[in-house]
Design a protein around this ligand. Structure first.
Ligand code: DX5
Ligand code: ZN
Length: 213
C-alpha cells in the first residue's frame, strides 16, 4: 500500500494559513488543518470555516477538530469544501450522530484517539468510519513529544482490523515514520518536521523516501 504523507497546518491567522498552503502545494495532494478551541486543548487556532471557504487552492483539506462537542461544529463544517473530518472520541458523547451526519454528506470521517485513550473506546464505531486517527502526541501543538507506547496500540489494532486504514498524527520524522508504517499505519500527518526544515519539499520527500519500499 502506498504511504501518504500529509502536512499539518496549525495556525492563528488567515495569512499564516495561506502562506503554508502555498508552501506545500507543489509537494502534497492534501493538507491536514488543525482546529483548536482552547477548551478541548489548551491552544486556540483560526476558527477555520471562512478561511477554508475562501482560500484558493486545489489541495484537498482534511480537518482535525480538536474541539469539545464536535457535534456543535460539524454542520457548519459540512458547508465548506473540506472533504475529510476527524473528531475526538474524548470530546463527545455523540460519536454515531457525528459519523452519520458526515457520511450523509458523502465526506470522509475518522475518529481520533489520544495516546492514553484505550482503543476499545472506538470499537462500536469502527465499521462506520473510513479510518482511525491515532494521536502519537498530546493534541494541541506542533512539536509535542512522540509517545512510543502508541506503536503497540497501533500494531494491536492493525492485527484485529487489518483492512481499516490507520492515520497517525504527531511527532512524525524520518526516525518514527518507518516504525509507524511497520506497525500498520498508512497515512502520516507531519507538522514541525516539515515546517522547521529549511526546505519544505525536501522534508516531504525525505519522509516519503524513508517509508517507501
Ligand atoms: C497536534 C496536531 C498535529 C500537529 C502535528 O495537536 O493535531 O496535527 O500539527 O505536529 P507535529 O508533527 O509537530 O507533532
Ligand atoms: Zn492534527
Amino acid at each position: 500500500m502506498p504511504i501518504e504523507i500529509i502536512p499539518s497546518i496549525l495556525v492563528k491567522t488567515r495569512e499564516e494559513l495561506v502562506e503554508k498552503i502555498i508552501a506545500v502545494e507543489p509537494y502534497a495532494d492534501s493538507v491536514h488543518l488543525d482546529i483548536a478551541d482552547g477548551i478541548f486543548v489548551p491552544n486556540i487556532t483560526i476558527l477555520g470555516f471562512e478561511e477554508t471557504e475562501t482560500v484558493e487552492t486545489d489541495l484537498k483539506i482534511g480537518v482535525h477538530l480538536m474541539v469539545s462537542k464536535p457535534e456543535n461544529h460539524i454542520v457548519r463544517w459540512l458547508a465548506t469544501p473540506a472533504d475529510k473530518f476527524i473528531f475526538h472520541i474524548e470530546a463527545t458523547q455523540k460519536a454515531q450522530e457525528i459519523i452519520d451526519t458526515i457520511k450523509e454528506a458523502d465526506k470522509l470521517v475518522g475518529i481520533a484517539i489520544n495516546p492514553q485513550t484505550p482503543t476499545d473506546s472506538i470499537k462500536p464505531f469502527i465499521d462506520f468510519i473510513d479510518f482511525v486517527h491515532f494521536m502519537t502526541v498530546e493534541p494541541g501543538f506542533y512539536g509535542g513529544e512522540f509517545v512510543e507506547s502508541v506503536l503497540d496500540k497501533i500494531a494491536d489494532f492493525h492485527y484485529f482490523y487489518p483492512d481499516k486504514p490507520i492515520e497517525v498524527d504527531g511527532g512524525i520524522n524520518p526516525e518514527t515514520a518507518p516504525k509507524l508504517v511497520k506497525a500498520g499505519a498508512s497515512i502520516l500527518v507531519a507538522g514541525s518536521y516539515i515546517w522547521e526544515s529549511k526546505d519544505v519539499g525536501k522534508a516531504v520527500a525525505e519522509l516519503k523516501s524513508v517509508v517507501s519500499g
